[in-house]
Design a protein around this ligand. Sequence first.
Ligand SMILES: Cc1cc2nc3c(=O)[nH]c(=O)nc-3n(C[C@H](O)[C@H](O)[C@H](O)COP(=O)(O)OP(=O)(O)OC[C@H]3O[C@@H](n4cnc5c(N)ncnc54)[C@H](O)[C@@H]3O)c2cc1C
Length: 441
Amino acid sequence: MTPAESAEFDTLVLGAGIAGLQTALDLADQGFKVAVVERDPSIGGKMIRLSKVFPTLDCASCITTPKMAAAAHHDNITLFTLCELDKLVRDEGGLVATINQKPRYVDIDLCTGCRECEYACPTFVPDHEQGGFTSRKAIYVPFSNAVPQKAVMDPENCWICGKEGGQCFKVCPTGAINYFDKPSQFTIRARTAVLATGYELIPDYTEKAFGPAGRQPNLITSLQMERLLAPHGPYMRVLRPSDGKEPDSIAFIQCAGSRDLTLGVPYCSRVCCMYSIKQAMLLSGALPMADITIYYMDIRAFGKNYEQFYQNAKAMGVEFVKAKPTVAGAGENGGVVVRYEDQEGGGGGRDREYDLVVQALAIVPAWNPTGICDVGVAEDGFIQSIHPKFAPTLTKMEGVFTAGVAIGPKDIVDTIIEAGAAAMEVSNYLTETAKPATVDA
Ligand SMILES: Cc1cc2nc3c(=O)[nH]c(=O)nc-3n(C[C@H](O)[C@H](O)[C@H](O)COP(=O)(O)OP(=O)(O)OC[C@H]3O[C@@H](n4cnc5c(N)ncnc54)[C@H](O)[C@@H]3O)c2cc1C
C-alpha cells in the first residue's frame, strides 16, 4: 500500500471503481502484477456508494465489498490510494507513470483503523460520502467498509485543536498522526495501463436550468437519493433533508442535463431511467403510502429483464408522466413545485408540489487525459476508443486500454463485461510482447 519511490508492474490500472477492480482482479488471477492507482482515500468508486442495484436489487455494498477486499489482499495487486496520474508516457522500456501522492496526514502503516482519532476530533464537517446530509469529523475513516480501513485528515478543516498537537494526536495509540505530511511524487513503470476513471454527475446543472428557483434543500441528486436509500445511509430511513419529515410525495426528473444541447450533453446517460425506476420501487417499499411520480422523455429499459423491471414499477403504483418539467420554486410546506406541460392529459401547463424531488443528472467524465497521456478524447468528452465495435477497450496509445464509464455511460453489467474485455486485451498484449523475437531462416 505504501508508494515505493519507483515500482515495476505488468499493468497500471487507473481508477478503482468496479471497472478498475474487476480488470485488476482478472489480471492478477492470471499471475500479472497490477498497480491500482485511486485518487480517493478508499477504493470502490460509485458502486460502493449505491443502495441496491438494478435489475436484481442486490445490496450494492454486499457485492462490492468482497471485490474490494479481494483486491486489497491479492498478492499480485498493490493499491495506491490518494494518488493521481500526473503523466503517462512511453519509452523504450514500456510505460512510465508519474504519480502525485496527496498527503493523508496519517501513517498508513501505523494506523489500525481504530477510529479513536475520529471520536476525539471536535470538528464537524458535512459528510459528502453521505450526500452532505450528515457530518463527519476533520479526521475520519471515509466510510464503514472503506478499503483501506485507515483514517485520513482533511487539512482544510483541521485547526490542530490543542496547544501541543490536536486531540487526534494525543489519543492515537500508535502515533500515526503526522501533521507535517507533504505531497510527494513517485514513478510506476508498467508494460500496459488500463484507464478506468469513471464518471461524475454534471456540476452546476440546477443553477443553469432553474436559476434561484432551484436553490432548495429538498431538490436533490440521484446519488444523494442512493444514500437516503442505503442501509447505512445518513438517517437510516428516508427523510427529506430540510426538516426531517418523511416524504409523502416524491418526484423524479429524468434527463436533467442529458440529451440537452444547451448544456453540451447531447447523449443519453443510459442508466438514469433504470436507476430512477429502481429508486421509485425501493421508495414504495420504504414508504408504501407515498405518491411517486417519474417525469420522463422516453423510458429506455434496454437490458435483459429491464423492461419487466419497468412494468413491475408501474404495477406497484409508480406514476409515469411524459414531460420535461422545470422547477418553479418552493412550495408552501417546504416542498418543491414542479411545472410541466400536461402532454398526455388535458394539455396546458400544470404545477404540482412534492415533498422531495430527485434529479437524474447527466453522467459526465470524471477525468480528462489531455496533457497527461496521449489517449485522445472523443467528441462527448469520454476517452476515445479506436475500435468501438470489435475492440472497445483499445485506445490510440500503444499498450494503454480503457474500461467502464471512462469510455461512456453504462450500467454495472456492461462495465463488468468491458473490464473483462480490457483484462483480456492486456493479457494478450503482455503475452505477445513478451515473446522472443522470431528470426527468419
Ligand atoms: C444514481 C446512480 C445509480 C446507479 N445505480 C445503478 C444500478 O442500480 N445498477 C447498475 O447497473 N448501474 C447503476 N449505476 C451506474 C454505475 O454507477 C456505473 O455503471 C458503475 O459505477 C461504473 O463503474 P466505473 O468503475 O466505470 O466508474 P466509477 O465508479 O466512477 O469509478 C471510477 C474510479 O476512478 C477514480 N478516478 C477518477 N479519476 C481518477 C484519476 N485521475 N486518478 C485516479 N483515480 C481516478 C474515481 O475516484 C473512482 O473511484 C448508477 C449510477 C448512478 C449515477
